[in-house]
Design a protein around this ligand. Structure first.
Ligand SMILES: *[C@@H]1O[C@H](CO)[C@@H](O)[C@H](O)[C@H]1NC(C)=O
Length: 398
């Protein structure tokens, strides 16, 4: 907090936010990590010790390399740093190898790659206009957006506890979005293409990108500039998270909820109605990530971080939109508060009941169903909001 106060004086609050969360990430190094840790160790070993022709055929470990080529090259480059930490992690036959140096290297590689994410957040912040300038720093949309992105609960637990590299991939996506906002369309399209070569899950967002680029870059001959830029929020941001959610339901990518939440948050600093959709989507999406961390020592960490993030996002957006109608209606409030009792039932009451042995899947089932209701509702509300907006737009034109 002291660092933040000093930094704000010099206008350098952004660095303080980034540095603060980096320290938090370092504190999370010793926490539980999932099998994804071994997945990435194995990919380091494969790309380091085998010729390219073998990368996609090597199957000593069950975790074969199944990400697109750029990610494989990324692991290849990382492996040349990894060898200075511990050569043993680069042996394809060393299954489940996890020395303390291996752990340090892998954790630090995720933290280090987040530099790209931090840069992208900065670029995104430049895209929001500072018309709603509050007196206080903490009331500025740029500050709120930075906190919501940099200190994102989903990214923290999925990347820095569970173990994955979503941070820099999101960074690429945010950067690409920022370039579109800055009307540097070719660059934006290029960055998105690069992203697809890293992780194919982003294919869900591709249709929205395609439509947006066609309308705002390819067919702009007789259209005013402003029309092109106003299209972006309705097409890319909203379709993006939607297709992402749909995909996650079909394919079971839990972390996708977190992703969609991140895509969506840029919207939240625009309109009060969108802020409420955003809050329902993020809170529910983040809660749906809870089952990823099922170990006892991480229980207080995840609950505390989630509470911190949720309380901050609700209170900051409330301040930002204090002149407009309340963020939630009674039903939404009731639903969000219900997450509390749900958590108590699933993690504190259920383990002591006789059903624990016979029906161990019940907490997961309850969580999934409860979150699915909220996410579907937010999705529905988003469609209604988009339709109303475009109807109003049309009437204004006439
Ligand atoms: C590696 O760990 C996984 C999961 O923890 C386990 O299923 C597998 O049998 C282990 N493999 C070896 C060779 O120890």
């Amino acid at each position: 907090m002291a660092a933040l106060t000093i930094a704000t004086g010099t206008g350098n609050w952004f660095s303080a936010l980034a540095l603060g969360v980096t320290l938090l990430k370092c504190l999370l190094i010793p926490t539980y990590h999932s099998t994804d840790f071994e997945v990435h160790r194995n990919w380091l070993a494969i790309t380091h010790s085998l010729p390219i022709s073998q990368w996609y055929y090597e199957a000593t470990s069950e975790w074969t390399l199944d990400y697109p080529p750029f990610f494989a090259w990324f692991e290849y480059i990382l492996s040349h740093v990894a060898k200075y930490f511990d050569q043993e992690m680069l042996n394809v036959h060393n299954l489940n190898y996890s020395s303390s140096r291996t752990l340090l290297f892998q954790r630090f590689s995720v933290i280090f790659m987040d530099v790209l994410f931090v840069y992208a957040v900065r670029e995104c912040c430049k895209c929001i206009d500072g018309k709603k300038v509050g007196k206080e720093l903490t009331e500025k949309p740029k500050f709120i957006l930075s906190v919501l992105l940099l200190w994102n609960f989903g990214l923290l637990i999925v990347d820095h506890i569970h173990f994955q590299y979503n941070g820099f991939l999101f960074g690429l996506m945010l950067l690409s979005i920022a370039r579109l906002f800055q009307k540097r369309h070719m660059e934006g399209a290029f960055l998105f293409a690069v992203l697809l070569h890293f992780k194919h899950i982003y294919l869900y967002v591709a249709p929205a990108y395609g439509v947006y680029l066609l309308r705002s870059y390819c067919f702009t001959a007789n259209k005013p500039e402003s029309a092109a830029s106003s299209l972006f929020p309705t097409l890319s941001f909203q379709e993006g998270p939607l297709s992402c959610i749909l995909g996650s339901k079909l394919l079971g990518f839990v972390q996708c909820f977190g992703q969609s939440a991140v895509c969506h948050r840029l919207l939240s600093v625009g309109k009060a109605g969108d802020a409420s959709i955003f809050l329902i989507l993020t809170t529910t999406g983040h809660y749906s990530l809870f089952p990823l961390l099922f170990t006892a020592p991480e229980l207080p960490i995840k609950i505390l971080l989630m509470l911190l993030f949720t309380i901050y996002s609700i209170s900051s957006l409330k301040t930002l939109f204090r002149k407009e109608k309340p963020l939630f209606n009674w039903m939404e409030t009731f639903y969000l508060l219900g997450l509390g009792p749900l958590e108590v039932c699933c993690e504190f009451v259920f383990p002591f009941t006789s059903w624990k042995v016979k029906y161990p899947f019940i907490p997961l089932l309850l969580t999934s169903v409860y979150c699915a209701v909220g996410i579907t509702y937010a999705w529905f509300k988003l469609y209604v909001s988009v339709l109303i907006d475009s109807a109003i737009g049309k009437t204004k034109k006439q």
